[in-house]
Design a protein around this ligand. Structure first.
Ligand code: HEC
Ligand code: HEC
Ligand code: HEC
Ligand code: HEC
Ligand code: HEC
Ligand code: HEC
Length: 436
């Protein structure tokens, strides 16, 4: 009798402890579940971003499209389109059908070298493009060239490739080198580990439930009912709810930062001007020299925008009756300048000098502005970011022609270094050169 009572007490104590364990494990199970939800949201966000940046990717030989896009926009876009359209140089659509990879790489590294080697294709092209010299990109290795080709291919075929983005995204993702991949690997491993822990916990829970005899109640529920109860539990769980709120806050912050990095970059900006002045007509067809209107471009910091008086040199006689020309007269009569909308505009913290680049550096307007003489409305072709300035300073050789000052500097440079003297070797990367 006494023994019987004893064993019942023991039994109920055991059951009490079992319930304690069950509760603890349930809580643990729920927090892991909550974490898994957060991690999957983060992961789906990360992969969604990947596939937007590499969507429409049909990489050629494993080039990285996103990187290619950046390289192309910073270095080639002012002279080449990804379509067949001619800008300064030929459109690059179908390039890989015309030329093999080895030729393309050699050309990009040293176009004048290929021309000088007597290559017929190159010489014909050079003549066709009025002997316009393409900038050399000697520092581009296979990675860069392949990335650019992959981008050209995907962007040129964008509408067609967009239909099957998934197939392209995978190989592109595999070769991506950025930090994004690393995070994805961590997230996936976390998810797998959490999945395993969840399965193990479920097993333990079931075992304990059976031991405590509590399963009898739940066993009568169908699988669907159990699932429903579980989902309700999850939705009601505080941890899950705060996890979702946090996930939202994190994503919103990230979106804000992404947006902020884009602020101040106006590549492609082409505002409507108060008078429909056409560079295509004046600089292109009539071949008026740029410096005739932009008088400061070879001698000063600013190119300057011409005053109405310069227009009057011709328009006091030409097209007097045109309503657009009447606007010039109105400006002069009212003694008010024409309010041209500024297109290119660096922030005040940066110092840029035209004469240093056009006169001393021997660069052409189109190296930075694209083919203005073909534009009806001026458009900003380069990004004008700090990375863009630095990039060019890294790879452009200092122009030492007819410049006594540089002759000595170059001799000194050549004595200690094999490569040609680049702008960076002359202080072109020093903060103070570009920042007040
Ligand atoms: C300053 C203008 C300019 C820039 C910048 C420029 N190119 Fe060119 N490119 C040309 C011109 C002009 C030609 C035509 C040949 C010539 O006149 O030298 C050309 C020709 C080519 C060709 C041969 C095209 C064909 O149809 O066979 C390729 C390939 C090419 N460029 C790739 C590039 C790449 C890639 C970049 C950027 C990394 C680039 N170019 C940057 C002006 C430029
Ligand atoms: C007949 C006078 C005239 C000639 C020639 C001319 N421009 Fe202009 N340019 C203007 C006027 C006026 C504006 C301002 C209105 C506009 O943006 O279209 C301007 C604007 C510009 C801008 C944009 C300025 C900004 O706000 O950022 C650039 C860049 C430019 N010109 C480059 C050139 C180049 C390069 C050439 C030679 C190929 C050239 N221009 C020839 C009159 C001229
Ligand atoms: C070197 C002479 C010259 C200068 C300088 C010049 N233009 Fe012109 N412009 C012309 C000629 C020529 C035409 C074409 C007339 C025609 O279509 O027959 C023209 C056409 C135009 C037109 C088109 C008019 C229309 O209704 O078809 C506008 C607008 C114009 N110019 C604005 C300007 C402005 C603004 C300036 C000053 C920034 C300027 N031009 C400077 C020679 C000049
Ligand atoms: C090395 C690159 C580079 C070259 C080469 C270059 N520009 Fe510019 N240009 C710029 C930048 C950067 C700005 C914006 C400057 C600013 O906001 O202070 C600019 C601005 C301008 C403007 C707007 C007014 C001003 O002076 O800020 C005009 C007009 C202009 N450029 C004309 C020309 C002409 C014409 C040539 C060729 C003779 C030329 N540029 C060559 C980079 C260049
Ligand atoms: C297309 C190539 C190119 C781009 C783009 C370019 N630069 Fe330059 N820059 C040069 C070259 C070439 C020189 C060397 C001129 C020389 O002294 O021979 C130079 C020189 C300079 C110098 C003088 C450096 C020294 O050591 O004396 C400054 C400052 C400068 N650049 C600022 C800028 C800024 C700011 C930007 C961007 C808004 C910019 N550059 C964009 C090619 C470029
Ligand atoms: C060749 C010219 C050049 C050199 C060298 C240079 N910068 Fe810049 N920097 C720029 C230009 C142009 C901008 C503005 C472009 C923009 O807003 O994207 C800029 C912007 C910045 C900004 C503001 C960024 C922002 O988002 O507003 C900072 C900070 C900066 N530079 C720091 C530096 C430091 C530090 C160095 C030296 C290690 C340096 N820069 C060297 C050209 C240069």
């Amino acid at each position: 009798m006494i023994e019987n009572i004893h064993s019942v007490v023991l039994q109920s104590e055991k059951v009490g402890i079992l319930h304690l364990y069950i509760n603890m494990i349930r809580k643990f199970y729920k927090s892991i579940l909550a974490l898994a939800v957060v991690v999957s949201i983060a992961f789906s966000h990360a992969t969604a971003q990947d596939s937007t940046s590499t969507a429409a990717a049909a990489p050629a030989g494993g080039g990285d499209v996103a990187k290619g896009e950046e390289l192309f926009k910073n270095n080639c876009a002012q002279c080449h389109a990804v379509t067949a359209e001619v800008v300064v140089g030929p459109g690059l659509a179908g390039l890989e059908e015309r030329r093999d990879y080895a030729w393309i790489k050699k050309w990009i590294n040293n176009p004048m070298g290929v021309i000088a080697s007597g290559d017929k294709y190159a010489n014909d092209l050079y003549t066709k493009f009025n002997k316009t010299q393409m900038t050399a990109f000697g520092a581009f290795g296979d990675n860069e060239v392949k990335a650019i080709l992959a981008y050209v291919k995907s962007a040129g075929a964008a509408p067609a490739a967009a239909a099957a983005p998934a197939s392209g995204a995978a190989p592109a993702a595999a070769t991506e080198t950025g930090g994004g991949k690393f995070i994805n690997v961590i997230l996936v491993s976390l998810l797998v580990i959490m999945g395993l822990v969840l399965v193990a916990l479920l097993g333990i829970l079931q075992l304990l439930n059976r031991l405590s005899g509590a399963e009898s109640g739940e066993a009568s529920l169908s699988f669907g009912e159990k699932l429903q109860a579980n989902l309700k539990n999850i939705a009601a769980n505080k941890t899950v709810r705060s996890a979702i709120v946090w996930a939202f806050i994190l994503l919103a912050t990230k979106a804000t930062f992404d947006g902020m990095y884009g602020i101040g970059v106006h590549q492609g900006y082409a505002p409507k001007q108060p008078i429909s002045f056409s560079h295509k007509l004046h600089a292109g067809e009539m071949k008026i020299n740029c410096a005739y209107c932009h008088t400061g471009v070879y001698k000063g910091k600013q190119s300057g925008i011409p005053s109405a008086n310069i227009c009057m040199n011709c328009h006091n006689a030409i097209k007097r009756e045109s309503p657009e020309i009447q606007k010039i007269y109105a400006a002069i009569e009212n003694n008010k300048p024409i309010e041209w909308v500024r297109v290119h505009n660096l922030p005040d913290l940066a110092y840029f000098n035209h004469a240093q680049h056009t006169n001393v550096g021997g660069l052409e307007c189109k190296n930075c502005h694209g083919e203005i003489e073909k534009m009806e409305v001026v458009q900003q072709r380069s990004s004008l970011t700090m990375g863009w300035c630095i990039d060019c300073h890294r790879k452009t050789e200092v122009n030492g022609k007819d410049n006594g000052y540089y002759t000595k500097l170059m001799e000194a440079h050549n004595a200690v270094s094999k490569g040609a003297m680049k702008v960076q070797d002359n202080g072109g990367l020093e903060c103070a050169k570009c920042h007040y």
